[in-house]
Every structure is written in structure tokens, then in C-alpha cells.
Design a protein around this ligand. Structure first.
Ligand code: AN0
Ligand code: CP
Length: 315
């Protein structure tokens, strides 16, 4: 594998999940694979899990890691071709991406959607320019459109916790006071479309995601109906896609409470974190034994590790 920007960059999701679970059993078995090599982690946005789990994964493979908070510490980058750079942008991505490539063998990038300009976000300007100008493989640590390391960790967690062959998995929108990206939901949908599962997306009217990503996945606007017989409830807030980046009516009653979980088939609760307690999910649900949020965060290490292993093997 050259770059990892989308779950479809994996040849076979099911095989990759199996390989990740084997790595989890013995996480240092490839500790020499990355010896003498370096990964640069560039963050244009905040992080807890992605930063630490990717660094841990790299360490387990013997890679050196350089981390930079590009958003706060780097020069502001220009992405437009032919631009007269007489304003506030000090450096062009053409040089920056090539320069970063001098110091590492893999570069990983986090650059969230701005949520102001739909076309600009859809163009994945930061990620695609790094792919274009960097001379090393690029890993997506959450871009405008996707968060495929999270989706792979979620696939690992589903595999570990499913009891039936074809579980019912529900992706539910939940309320949040701020405007949040679509990336986690998008990648979760991409991943679920590769699974043998009864998959349902539920959200209030007006929160439809990009139809090119949703494709023919089931959408149910009645949250309680969607929860019937569910084995997994995967929760995420996202802002409106149609009224791009807007928080349209709050729908506070979409919070995940015990009452709602009681409709399900004793479902497991999942969320990628960070989560706002008692806004997205009630304490009683996230603190219950059915909550998988810490397992998901743990699996971020093995998701990143299997991806870095596949890239290292082809360097
Ligand atoms: C980000 C998001 O919703 O995309 C990161 C999630 C992994 N969440 C927040 O900004 C709260
Ligand atoms: N789930 C996730 O990507 O968390 P961070 O934003 O803390 O990295």
C-alpha cells in the first residue's frame, strides 16, 4: 500500500481486521520493520487519540516519530497555484511538502474540514496537495472528508464484540452545540458498506450526509424505530451537509439515554471520542458495561499499526 487516505486503500478489510487482531496479541512482533525510518505527524488540528495511538503504533514498529503542530507552529501555507503571495501565507505547500519529505519516510496529516466552503472541503486541499508534492507515502489522520484510521479501529472493535454473524449496526446522529465535521460518519459508512451487517443510519430531517457516500444505505428518520433490535449503536454528531456546516435545530431529544438503549437488543454503545457527556450521551450509557468507547480508543493503536506496517512493507 502506498498511501492510506480511505478505507478502500486496503485490499481487503476483513483480512486487515484479522491481521490487526493478530498484531494486538503480540504488538512487538514487527519491532524491527521500521528501524532507521521516521514518520512525521503533522497536526493542523487538535488531537488526543490520533496523536498518541499513531505514535505508539510507530514505536511498536521501531519507527522514529517527529510530531509537529503545524496549525499553531508552522508557517501558514498557500495551496493555490500561481498565487502572488503578498498576503499572510508565508510558504507554499509545494516547498513545504517536499521539505517535510526530506526528514521522514512516511508523513501523516490531520487537517479537518473548514465547514465554510463545501467545494473547498470536498477538494481535500491539504491532503491532496501533500499527496501531490510529498515524495513519501501519506496517511490520513482525519481530513475534510474522512477519518479512515478511526473507521478501521471501529471495524476491529465490531469484530471483537459481535455475537451474531450479521449484526444490526445503527449509526445515530446526536446533538452537539458546535458545528462538527462529517468525516467520522463518512468513513464509518464507507467501512460499514464493506461489512456483512444490517446497517441503518438515523438522523433528524435536514442532517442528510453526502448522498454519494450514503449511496443505498438505509436511512431512518425515526431514531427509536432505528434502534429496535440493534446490536451496536454508533453515535456521532455532524453538522448539516445541505446547509453546509450549519447547526440547524438542536434536537436535544436525540441524546442517547438508557431509555433509548432499552429499545435495542442489549446493544453496545460506540463513539470515537472526544464526547460531550449528557449532551451526546447520558452518563448512565457511557458508564455502562455495554460501552465500548475505551476499547475503540485502544484499537486506534492497532489500526494505525497495521496501516503503517503495510506501507513500510512496500517502501
Ligand atoms: C472532531 C470531529 O467531529 O470530526 C474529531 C473527532 C475524532 N471532533 C470534534 O471536533 C469535537
Ligand atoms: N477519535 C479521534 O480521532 O480522537 P482525537 O481527535 O483525540 O485524535
Amino acid at each position: 500500500m502506498r498511501h492510506y487516505t480511505h478505507i478502500n486503500d486496503l485490499d481487503n478489510l476483513q483480512e486487515t481486521v484479522k491481521e490487526a487482531l493478530e498484531l494486538k496479541q503480540s504488538e512487538l512482533q514487527f519491532e524491527n520493520l521500521g528501524k532507521g525510518k521516521t514518520i512525521c505527524l503533522l497536526f493542523f488540528n487538535n488531537s488526543l487519540r490520533t496523536r498518541l495511538s499513531t505514535q505508539k503504533a510507530a514505536q511498536n514498529l521501531g519507527l522514529n516519530t517527529i510530531v509537529m503542530n503545524f496549525g499553531s507552529e508552522g508557517w501558514q501555507l498557500e495551496y493555490e497555484d500561481g498565487k502572488i503571495m503578498d498576503q499572510n501565507k508565508a510558504e507554499h505547500v509545494k516547498e513545504a511538502a517536499q521539505v517535510v519529505s526530506q526528514y521522514c519516510d512516511i508523513v501523516a496529516i490531520r487537517a479537518f474540514a473548514g465547514l465554510e466552503d463545501k467545494q473547498l472541503d470536498a477538494a481535500e486541499v491539504v491532503l491532496n496537495n501533500f499527496i501531490k508534492y510529498a515524495t513519501v507515502p501519506v496517511v490520513n489522520m482525519e481530513s475534510s472528508v474522512g477519518h479512515p484510521l478511526q473507521a478501521l479501529a471501529d471495524a476491529i472493535t465490531l469484530e471483537e464484540n459481535k455475537v451474531s454473524h450479521k449484526p444490526k449496526v445503527v449509526l445515530s446522529w446526536a446533538p452537539h452545540p458546535k458545528s462538527l465535521p462529517h468525516a467520522v460518519a463518512n468513513s464509518f459508512i464507507n467501512m460499514m458498506q464493506l461489512q456483512d451487517a444490517d446497517f441503518v443510519i438515523t438522523h433528524p430531517e435536514g442532517y442528510d450526509l453526502n448522498p454519494e457516500i450514503v449511496k443505498d444505505s438505509n436511512v431512518e428518520h425515526n431514531q427509536e424505530k432505528a434502534f429496535e433490535n440493534a446490536d451496536f449503536i454508533y453515535v456521532k454528531n455532524w453538522s448539516s451537509y445541505k446547509d453546509y456546516g450549519k447547526v440547524i435545530p438542536q434536537k436535544k431529544d436525540w441524546i442517547i439515554s438508557d431509555d433509548k438503549m432499552n429499545i435495542t437488543n442489549n446493544a453496545k454503545f460506540m463513539h470515537c471520542l472526544p464526547v460531550r457527556r449528557n449532551v451526546i450521551v447520558a452518563d448512565e450509557v457511557i458508564d455502562s458495561e455495554n460501552s465500548l468507547v475505551i476499547d475503540q480508543a485502544n484499537n486506534r493503536t492497532y489500526s494505525a499499526q497495521i496501516v503503517l506496517k503495510k506501507i513500510l512493507e512496500e517502501l
